[in-house]
Design a protein around this ligand. Structure first.
Ligand code: PLP
Length: 401
């Protein structure tokens, strides 16, 4: 069984205001002589507020935070203290979560294809819930962790308009479900439920209705095959924070009521989710310094201390997300200043390392700063060390309101 996740509330849950954040960043910069390296600020109050929002809107769905989205230690520690579960994709992620004192039953090993050594490790430490979508995975689990409970991951209709879709790689096709369930049955493995993911950065939440409907069909199929009654539904990730979350939560609640009314009433269905972006994105702010400057025709060009090979790697897929504020050290009233069409480059020798183009900015000088907001999801965790600019070494300062 999967461990309980519930909100443990004992501290301030208010996110920091923009003014206070800037004040904090300025003092962090001026405390460090000649500081030009990038750094993150982590708003601990924002994490608490998001966990509260989750439980207010989806009290029946237990969140298992997707560690891959941002494995920052201070962030994970806060999530663990707040009582969430964790979705781990690998041995090192499991190790990290267990090292925080989290019990193994608060972990779902949500990777459909796991190296054998990682399965053996899960068996050793008692992580007893994982996903699968192939015969090969069943064979490995039978060999190394036969007591593990299984969720069959199904491919769901790609109707969510997500920026990142998973269907080409993950999830059993409708015609593969019966053979996989039979194979598990023959191998005496316990398939206890269904998982899916509608895609990351989803915008159309009726996709949850399609997906939960497909999950219900799979529950029925398993019952017809004579498997023990399934009792876990894992609705994956795909959530974003802000106003869209209430739409997503409503769609989930409507679909659960439509397809699992009996189970909701008798409490015999455990419903979990694997949100990453929802929790990690807004609590992190990235602060980068201007390390170079040039002027070409009417365009001002700047180099900053982090870029596309680092925290801004998501810009390869998605340009809508940039929320950037200049922090001018000598003139704090920059709001009134004239702005210029500007290009902002990252620090590496790759010409594609261009963070912003045609972006209106006041004139910046060396050692002014650009502050990027909502920078926690798939930023530091996906950056690399190209040219020796080490994304993983960017420090994080935790901010307590
Ligand atoms: N679960 C699995 C299996 C994933 O692959 C991902 C993202 O890649 C997530 C959860 C988290 O998704 P999101 O950040 O959209 O909530």
């Amino acid at each position: 069984m999967v461990g309980e996740a519930k909100l443990i509330k004992n501290r301030v849950t208010k996110p920091v205001s923009r003014d206070d954040l800037f004040h904090f960043i300025k003092s962090a910069i001026s405390n460090e002589q000649q500081q030009t390296d990038p750094f993150y600020v982590l708003d601990l109050g924002a994490i608490r507020s998001l966990v509260e929002t989750w439980f207010d809107n989806l009290p029946v769905v237990q969140p298992f935070y997707a560690v891959k989205c941002n494995p920052n230690p201070a962030f994970l520690k806060e999530m663990a203290a707040l009582g969430t579960g964790f979705d781990c994709a690998s041995l090192p992620e499991i190790e990290t979560i267990l090292s925080l004192g989290v019990s193994p039953d608060r972990i779902v090993f949500a990777n459909t294809c796991k190296p054998e050594s990682h399965i053996k490790y899960a068996a050793k430490v008692g992580v007893n819930l994982t996903t699968f979508d192939s015969n090969c995975e069943l064979e490995k689990i039978k060999m190394w962790h036969p007591k593990c409970e299984l969720l069959i991951r199904i491919k769901v209709p790609e109707t969510s308009g997500a920026t990142f879709k998973f269907g080409s790689k993950f999830g059993a096709l409708p015609e593969e479900i019966v053979p996989l369930l039979k194979a598990a049955q023959e191998a005496k493995l316990q398939v206890v439920g269904v998982s899916f993911h509608i895609g990351s950065r989803a915008i159309n939440f009726h996709a949850f209705e399609d997906a939960i409907g497909a999950a219900k069909t799979t529950f029925d199929t398993a019952a017809q095959l004579g498997l023990p009654k399934m009792h876990i539904l894992d609705i994956g990730g795909g959530f974003t924070s802000g106003p869209k979350f209430t739409d997503a939560a409503s769609a989930v609640k409507v679909a659960l009521q439509k397809y699992f009314p009996g189970e909701l009433a008798d409490g015999n269905l455990k419903i979990i989710a694997e949100p990453g972006r929802f929790f990690a994105n807004s609590p992190f702010t990235l602060t980068t310094s201007v390390i170079g400057k040039r002027e070409r025709a009417e365009v001002k060009e700047y180099w900053i201390s982090d870029g596309i090979s680092g925290s801004m790697n998501f810009l390869k897929y998605d340009h809508d997300e940039v929320i950037c504020t200049p922090l001018i050290m000598k003139n704090p009233t920059c709001k009134e200043l004239k702005t210029w069409s500007s290009t902002v480059f990252g620090p590496t020798c790759d010409a594609a390392d261009t963070v912003l183009k045609g972006f209106e900015l006041p004139e910046l000088d060396m050692n002014d700063w650009l502050v990027f907001h909502n920078m926690g999801a798939y930023t530091s965790s996906r950056g690399n060390d190209f040219n020796g600019f080490k994304t993983s070494a960017i420090p994080t300062i935790a901010y307590e309101n």
